[in-house]
Write a protein that binds this ligand. Sequence first.
Ligand code: PHE
Length: 463
Amino acid sequence: MKENNRSKFASKIGVILASAGSAVGLGNIWRFPTEAGENGGAAFILIYICCILLLGLPVMISEFLIGRHTHANASTAFEQLAPKRKQWRWVGRLGVLSGIMIFSFYSVVAGWTVNYTVEAGLNRFNQMVGDGQENVYAQYFNSFVTDPIMPTLYLVLFILLTHFVVARGIEKGIERFSKLMMPTLFLLLLVLAGFALTTQGAAEGLKFLFQPDFSKIDSSVILSAMGQAFFSLSIGLGCLCTYASYFRKEVNLTRTAGSVALIDTFVAIVSGLIIFPAVFSVPGMEPTEGPSLVFVALPNIFHIVFADMPILAYTLPFLFYFLLILASLTSTISMHELITAYVHETYHLSRKKTTYLVTGIVLVLGVLCSLSLGIGSEYTIGGLGLFDIFDYLTAKWMLPIGGLLTALFTGWYLDRKIVWEEITNQGTLRFYGFRVFMFILKFITPLGIFLIFLDQLGAFNWF
Ligand code: PHE
C-alpha cells in the first residue's frame, strides 16, 4: 500500500479505528472515571463534552489537515507549511517530547493492567483475605506498585508488545491490529456495562453520571474537564497529525474527527456506566477514591457483587483488565509511531533501527518512572517523583500548549485555502459552516486553552 513511497492506511474504517484506537485508552477507562468521580459526576461530564466540541474537535481537525496535507511527521509537517518561519517546527518537536514522556509513565499503568489480568486469570482476587483492618485490595495495590521488580517486568513486557506491533509497519501492524481490537473492545465494554447495570448500586450510579448538580461546578472542575478532553483525544502532541500523514486523499477529515470524538466520549461514558454502579454497590466505597478506583475498587466490587456467582466473579475482572491492556496498547502504538516517524524521517535512520531506538529510550524512562513510585520515591523535584512529573508536565502544560499553538497555526498562519481544500477534499465534499469553524478555531479554541494557563498560574479566580 504505497503512494508517494510512503505507507498509507488501506481502508477508511482502518483510518477511523486506528485514530479512535489512539484516543481510547487508559484515559477513558481509568482516568475518566477518576476525574468524573473527583469532580462531582454529571456536571463534570457536561463540561467535558463542551470541551470536546469547542476545544478538542477544532484541534483534532487541525492536526488531521496538517498531517494529511504534508504527508510528513509532526515536526517536518510544520516546517513544510511554514518554510519562512522555521520556528513552527518546534510545535512538532515539543509534541514528540510530550510523546516520549507520556509513553513512559503511561506504560507503567499499562503494565499494572497486565499484572491485574494475570492475577485475575489466576483467580487471586477472589482468594485474597485481609486482616479486616485495611481494604485487602488497597493493601495489594500499594504493595504491588511500590515493588521494584514485578511492575518493572510487566512494564517491559508491555513496551515490547507495543514495539512488536509498530515494527510491523502501518498497514500490517497498526491498521490490522486496530481493526481487530477496537470492535472486541466495544463488545466487551458493553457486556460489562450490562452486568454493572444489574447491580444494586445501578440507580445511584446512573444518577451520579447523568443528573448534574450545578453547584458542584467551579474553576477546578472546568479545568479538569479541559485537561481530560486533551488527554483523552490524544491531541496537542501530533499523534493524530502523524496518523493523518498516512491518510489517503479521499478520507473525510471532519467526519473522521467527529467519529473519533464520538467513539472516545462513548467509551468514557460506558466506562462510567461500569464503574459507578459498581462503586455504589459496595458499602463505604466512594466515587472520589481517586486513581486507584479501577485497581482497588473494582476487584473488591466484583468479588462482593458476584459472591454467589463464582464464574462471573472470575471472568468479569479478567475480561475487564484484559480489555484495558488492549485499549492501552492501541494508544501506546500511536505514541511510538509519533516518535518513530519523527526520528526516522528527520535523522534518516532506517525505520527498523529507529523503532529499536525509541523502544530503548522509553524502556529506560519507563523503568525510572516505575521505580519512582517505590524504591526511588525519595528522588523528587518539587515534591514530585518522575512518574508524577511526567504526568503533570504533559497533561497540564505541554498538551495544552501544543493544542493552543496548533489552533493558532491553522487559524491564523496557515493559508485559508489549504484549510478549505483539506476539509472539503479539494472542493469535492460539502462543508457548511466553514466560517463558524474558522471562527471557533481562531478565537474560541485558543482563548479557551489560554484560560487553562492563566488559572494554572493562579492569575485569576473567575468562576
Ligand atoms: N488518549 C489516550 C487515552 O485516552 C492517551 C494518549 C495521550 C494517547 C496522548 C496518545 C497521545 O488513553
